[in-house]
Write a protein that binds this ligand. Structure first.
Ligand code: ACM
Length: 415
C-alpha cells in the first residue's frame, strides 16, 4: 500500500514538471484520472461510523460492504475483485472532504460510495468535480444539483412529495407545521412542500429549524400544542429524529389528531426510538422493509444473515445496495484498462436492474434514478404498513421547484 502511494505521488510531481515544459494538457489530465490496476477495482466507502448521523450511516456502510462482498463472492467483475477502502468521516463535513481527497488522490479509488446528509455531499463535491471522479450518493435529498460527478440513487422532492402532500391534506387537513434540521436539505425540501401546499390552498402555520444533533424538543412541542396543526411535516435528521418522537409521545400528543409526516424517518430510526414512539406517524419513501418482492426477500435475508437477525433495512440502505450492483453492471462493460470514473459514468447512463423496491434506472440526462414512491404508516412492531404505492415508477426531476432550470447531459440549462 505504502509503495503504491509513493508511486502515485511521484507521478503527480512528474505531471507537474511536464506541465511546466509544455507537454500536452490532455496527457496531464488523463494521468491524474483514477484507474483500476493490478486486477483490483478500488472503491471508497465513506459513511460516518461515529457522530450524530452514525445512527443511519453505519447501516449504509453495512449495505454497501455486503453488496461488494456479494459481487466478489460471485467472482468479482470480469474476474477483478472490488477492493473497498473504508473511512469514517465522523458526521463532520470538513472530515468528509478530507477523507474524500484521501480516497480519490491517495488510494486512487475509481468511485466512492458515500454520505447521508446533503451538507456532507456538498462538502465532497469539489473533490470529485476537480478530479473528474465519481460519487455514488444513496440518500433522498433536496434536488437542485446537476453534477456529472455524482450518481444520485435516492429520491428527489417530486418522488417523495408529489403523492404524499395531497394525500395528507385530503386525509388530515390544510394547517401544516414544518420542522426540520437546520441545513440545506430541510430548507429546500420545505420550499417544494410550500409550493405544493399553496397549490392545494393549504397554509403553513409555523416553520422551524433546529441544529443538527438537537435533542431538546420541549419548546418545539409546546408550539405544536398551541398551534394545533393538522400535519407536522418533519425533515429532522439523525439522532434528533429519536428525541423528537420520544418527546412528542412523552408529552401526550396523539398521531391520530396531529400526525408527523416525514421524509427521513425509516425503520432504522424507528428501531432506535422504539416502535411505540413511532406508531401512527407517516413516511413517504420508495422502499420499506416489508415490501413483498422476491428481490427484497433476498436482500433482507442476506442483510440479516450478514449483520444480525435484529437488523433492519430501509430506504437509504436499499439504494446503497442496488447502486453497487449498478456500478458492477457498468464496469462489466469496460475493458480493465478503461475502468476510469468518466468511463463508468458513461456506462451507467440508462442502466437498470430489478432492485428490492422494483425496477430502477439511472436517468441518462441527469444521473438521478427512476424510483417507486410509497406511503407507509409506522407500527409499534417497528415496521411500516404500506398504505399506498405509485402506479408506475417515477422520473427524477431534480429541478422541479425551479421551473426555469433543468439538469441535462450538457449540464444545468436555464431558460
Ligand atoms: C439529506 O441531507 N439529504 C437527508
Amino acid at each position: 500500500m505504502t509503495v503504491k502511494r509513493r508511486t502515485f505521488l511521484k507521478g503527480t510531481v512528474a505531471a507537474g514538471a511536464f506541465a511546466a515544459t509544455g507537454f500536452p494538457h490532455i496527457w496531464i489530465k488523463d494521468s491524474s484520472l483514477a484507474r483500476a490496476a493490478e486486477g483490483e477495482i478500488k472503491v471508497g466507502v465513506l459513511f460516518s461510523l461515529t457522530g450524530t448521523t452514525a445512527i443511519v450511516e453505519e447501516s449504509l456502510n453495512k449495505a454497501t460492504v455486503m453488496a461488494i462482498e456479494e459481487i466478489n463472492d460471485q467472482g468479482g467483475i470480469n474476474g477483478m475483485k472490488i477492493v473497498p477502502v473504508i473511512e469514517d468521516p465522523a458526521s463532520d463535513p470538513a472530515t468528509f472532504a478530507e477523507k474524500a481527497r484521501k480516497l480519490v488522490l491517495g488510494d486512487k479509488c475509481v468511485s466512492v460510495f458515500g454520505s447521508y446528509t446533503s451538507a456532507s455531499r456538498k462538502a465532497v463535491l469539489p473533490v470529485f468535480e476537480k478530479r473528474n471522479n465519481l460519487y455514488f450518493y444513496p440518500t433522498l435529498y433536496e434536488g437542485r444539483e446537476c453534477s456529472k460527478n455524482v450518481i444520485y440513487t435516492g429520491a428527489v422532492p417530486n418522488q417523495q412529495q408529489d403523492e404524499f402532500v395531497p394525500w395528507l391534506v385530503e386525509k388530515f387537513g390544510k394547517r401544516w407545521s414544518l420542522i426540520g434540521s437546520n441545513y440545506i436539505y430541510p430548507k429546500e425540501e420545505n420550499n417544494y412542500c410550500k409550493k405544493l401546499l399553496a397549490g392545494l390552498g393549504a397554509e403553513v402555520v409555523n416553520e422551524e429549524y433546529v441544529p443538527l444533533g438537537h435533542s431538546e424538543f420541549s419548546s418545539v412541542i409546546n408550539k405544536f400544542q398551541s398551534d394545533k396543526p393538522d400535519v407536522i411535516f418533519s425533515t429532522v435528521v439523525g439522532d434528533s429524529v429519536v428525541a423528537l418522537h420520544r418527546q412528542y409521545r412523552a408529552d401526550g400528543l396523539d398521531p391520530e389528531k396531529m400526525p408527523m409526516a416525514s421524509l427521513t424517518t425509516s425503520e432504522n430510526e424507528v428501531a432506535a426510538m422504539g416502535g411505540d414512539a413511532a406508531a401512527g406517524h407517516f413516511t413517504s419513501a420508495p422502499y420499506f422493509m416489508v415490501w413483498d418482492s422476491p428481490e427484497n426477500v433476498k436482500f433482507v435475508d442476506a442483510y440479516r444473515k450478514r449483520w444480525g437477525a435484529d437488523k433492519v433495512t430501509h430506504f437509504v440502505s436499499e439504494p446503497c445496495y442496488f447502486q453497487v450492483h449498478l456500478f458492477k453492471q457498468a464496469v462489466e462493460k469496460l475493458a480493465p484498462s478503461d475502468i476510469t470514473p468518466p468511463n463508468i459514468r458513461e456506462a451507467i447512463k440508462g442502466e437498470e436492474m430489478i432492485a428490492p423496491q422494483g425496477k430502477v434506472r439511472i436517468e441518462k440526462k441527469n444521473l438521478h434514478t427512476w424510483l417507486w414512491p410509497k406511503i407507509g404508516v409506522a407500527k409499534s412492531d417497528g415496521q411500516f404498513e404500506i398504505l399506498k404505492q405509485s402506479a408506475d415508477w417515477l422520473e427524477p426531476v431534480p429541478y422541479k421547484a425551479y421551473e426555469n432550470q433543468d439538469c441535462t447531459e450538457e449540464g444545468l440549462k436555464e431558460s
